[in-house]
Design a binder for this molecule. Structure first.
Ligand SMILES: Nc1nc2c(ncn2[C@@H]2O[C@H](COP(=O)(O)OP(=O)(O)O)[C@@H](O)[C@H]2O)c(=O)[nH]1
Ligand SMILES: [Mg+2]
Length: 297
């Protein structure tokens, strides 16, 4: 018997498959169960999903992030800097990964990974051992899409710059731990960033406003577009699809699932890529950030 799942179900399934942490897997699976068709033909499916949920909830919790063999997943953001510049603390406040942090230098001895979510954008955040330690892994300089260069003072840049050279990733310079700076020191730090024409932010793990600004910067620079789907006469979904720039309607449908995409012949678009609300477009239409798409078979 066909299960006749809605595209909301396929979207939820996609999100579940993309989940990297156990908490994410649980929350996306719960959403999937909510969106699953509830009729005789789907009983088996629901049973399997509930069983998977039970297993996830009873699985022993892993502490910290994964260690070796980090696979690049989506937009990769790498924290880089001298010892005690606050890299591990930033990973800790921005993701679910809780690394060891300490006032002793060289606490982090292997790369740690966390997953980051903001405003529908997913990114992978990696905390590296200090750049001048034997544990530093320069491979991440090449795989990174964005480097967060962590500096307690801009003076540290002299030491760091030669190490950063091999990377052609975009860089954001973070003056960290600014809760310990006076207003004058903060103004000076900002002025020096401006003089050097460096894209920079002043941050502190204890100042949520600065962390929001950092999250916003990462999301805006992720080259991703957020596309919301909707069913006819329904409001848009809360959780957007995250897609690459220049993605077409056909690609977006495929991102939900191949089976779903095969049924789609057109779409109605409201948002930045549409000339007017509810514009009917074909499969080759290119989507833009914050579009709302209603697929039609
Ligand atoms: N006051 C303050 N201390 C911080 C902040 N971030 C990190 N620290 C402290 O600085 C020390 C080094 O932090 P850690 O994250 O381990 O630095 P890492 O070596 O770059 O990973 C620790 O004692 C942290 O508690 C911050 O925003 N404000
Ligand atoms: Mg560390």
């Amino acid at each position: 018997m066909p299960i006749n799942a809605s595209h909301e179900y396929f979207t939820a399934e996609k999100a579940h498959l993309a989940a990297t942490t156990t908490e994410e897997k649980i929350s996306t699976l719960e959403e999937l169960i909510r969106k699953a068709p509830k009729h005789k033909g789907s009983e088996n499916l629901l049973k399997q999903l509930r069983l998977r949920l039970k297993k996830l909830k009873t699985a022993p919790k892993k502490k910290g992030g994964s260690k070796k063999g980090i696979r690049k997943e989506g937009f990769q953001v790498v924290l880089i800097g001298l010892p005690n510049s606050g890299k591990s603390s930033l990973l800790s406040v921005l993701t679910n990964t809780k690394p060891k942090t300490s006032p002793h230098p060289f606490t982090t001895q292997e790369p740690l990974v966390g997953s980051f979510q903001h405003d529908g954008i997913h990114a992978q955040l990696i905390d590296l051992p200090a750049i001048n330690s034997q544990h530093f892994e320069s491979g991440f300089l090449h795989s990174a899409d964005l480097l967060l260069v962590c500096l307690k003072s801009l003076d540290d840049l002299k030491t760091l710059e030669p190490h950063l050279e091999p990377s052609d990733a975009k860089k954001l310079y973070l003056i960290t731990q600014i809760d310990t700076l006076s207003d004058t020191e903060k103004r000076k730090a900002q002025a020096r960033l401006n003089t050097k024409k460096l894209p920079g932010l002043l941050v502190s793990c204890y100042l949520p406003g600065t962390l929001e600004a950092l999250k916003g910067f990462i999301a805006e620079n992720s080259n991703a577009i957020r596309v919301y789907t909707k069913e006819p006469h329904q409001p848009k979904t809360d959780r957007p699809l995250t897609l690459k720039e220049n993605t077409t309607v056909a690609d977006a449908a495929k991102k939900i699932s191949k089976a779903f995409a095969a049924q789609i012949k057109s779409a109605k678009i409201t948002g930045p890529s549409a000339k007017f609300p509810n514009q009917s477009v074909g499969l080759k239409h290119k989507l833009k950030d914050r579009d709302v798409v209603e697929f039609h078979s």
